[in-house]
Design a protein. Structure first.
Length: 422
């Protein structure tokens, strides 16, 4: 495939950064197409851990062009802080002139709204939702405006009049125009060389037969349209959103690999049908280091839920799977896999649209035999224990998707290709 999308099939944190970093070695461009610095990718390269929140995962490879596309909302300060951590490394990066900018008032109102909600969304308070709200309201500031001193001053003056009126309603301090203008003008000066029409850049690369990898943040169940609303993010991480979020025709997207953990995790609020609360949850959480890259919060842990993967396949389009953290399940005698839900006495195999119904779903499990062997040194599918092969085969049969890749550890070399796809 010349173009490939990396999609999370669960609630994020599936290991997309690792899979993207692995596939990036075969690509010419890596394009981040939505979200902001509320997400986090952790990549381990040569024993060094890199936590990325805004920059595409291909940034650690000096021959790859990394693109922050128009579907993103970008915190300039956060982006520049990430770039500082890459000092000494050679990289290539471009930022869409149409991507929206996260401003201080976005973060302020994000925190205010979350504090007043009875049922918490679990936002990271990074200003993502309010930034997308302003985008939909047509009152946002885009990167092309940020780097234009005259336009930026005009827009900021107009916007702060409205934001200050909202701050008064909430009883919050007003926003300091001079401080914001000068601070963000400095950010603009540093980022100006990277800003361009990235739709043109990506399309030219495709015309030149270059390989393009599209990287999403979060996961399908956090999709604004197809996720567990309202416990979702403010954009769509699905492969179906890539054309709109990058300015590329739908028929130029050739495939999408869905990344799933060998189990299920979730950070924040909202239903998790297969959630575990016993010693197995502690075992998986500690062995898998299940703590948020962005927040440090302990992730909720559950058995693998194939209903979610089939939902991701239907709603966003998947051509194959990458199963990560397979090694974490080593040492368990028995594994449970969710194949359906009981809802009001009926067996269903879909994610209900109403959150109230989803909360009421009870998982239907199939038990599979576990394995005891340490598989972290495995370098080929054939070396896996029979029970591990059976686990992967069961996933393939139930979802109708091939397991093209699996990983048995955090390092790049611990990622194994089963089927060549890119």
């Amino acid at each position: 495939m010349q173009t490939l999308v990396v999609v999370g099939t669960q609630w994020g944190d599936e290991g997309k950064g690792k899979i993207t970093d692995f596939l990036a070695q075969r690509s010419d461009l890596v394009v981040r197409y939505q979200g902001g610095n509320n997400a986090g990718h952790t990549i381990v390269l040569e024993g060094i851990k890199y936590a990325l929140h805004t920059i595409p995962s291909g940034i650690l490879s000096e021959n790859i062009m990394n693109v922050l596309a128009n579907g993103m909302v970008i915190n300039p300060k956060g982006l520049l802080n990430e770039l500082k951590k890459l000092e000494g490394r050679k990289y290539h990066m471009r930022i869409s002139d149409r991507a929206h900018v996260i401003m201080p008032y976005h973060m302020a109102f994000d925190a205010i709204r979350e504090s007043k909600l009875k049922d918490k969304i679990g936002t990271t308070k990074k200003g993502i939702g309010p930034a997308y709200t302003d985008k939909a309201e047509r009152s946002g500031i885009r990167m092309g405006e940020l780097i234009n001193p005259i336009l930026f001053k005009e827009k900021l003056t107009e916007i702060l009049e409205h934001k200050d009126s909202l701050a008064k309603l909430y009883g919050e301090p007003l926003f300091d125009f001079d401080d914001i203008y000068h601070t963000y003008s400095d950010y603009a000066n540093q980022l100006r060389p990277f800003v361009c029409n990235t739709s043109k850049l990506i399309n030219e690369a495709i015309e030149q037969k270059k390989k393009v990898l599209f990287e999403g943040a979060q996961g399908t169940l956090l999709c604004l349209d197809h996720g567990t609303y309202p416990f979702v993010t403010s954009s769509s991480p699905t492969a179906a959103s890539v054309p709109l979020n990058t300015g590329v025709a739908p028929w130029l997207i050739y495939g999408a690999i869905g990344v799933t953990k060998a189990y299920t995790t979730r950070v924040g609020e909202g239903p998790l049908p297969t959630e575990l609360f016993d010693e197995k949850a502690h075992y998986i959480r500690e062995k898998g280091h299940e703590y948020g890259t962005t927040t440090g919060r302990a992730r909720r842990v559950g058995w693998l839920d194939l209903v979610l993967i089939k939902h991701a396949k239907r709603s966003g389009g998947l051509s194959g799977l990458a199963v990560t953290l397979l090694d974490v399940l080593s040492g368990l005698d028995e594994l449970q896999v969710c194949v359906g839900y009981m809802l009001n006495g009926n067996l269903i195999d879909e994610v209900p649209g109403l959150i109230e119904d989803f909360k009421a779903c009870k998982p239907v499990y199939r038990a599979l035999k576990g394995w005891q062997a340490d598989i972290t040194q495995v370098t080929a599918y054939e070396q896996l224990p029979d029970e591990t092969k059976a686990y992967l085969s069961f996933i393939e049969t139930e979802t109708g998707l091939p397991v093209d890749i699996f990983s048995v550890g955090p390092d790049r070399k611990q990622t194994i290709i089963v089927n060549e796809i890119f």
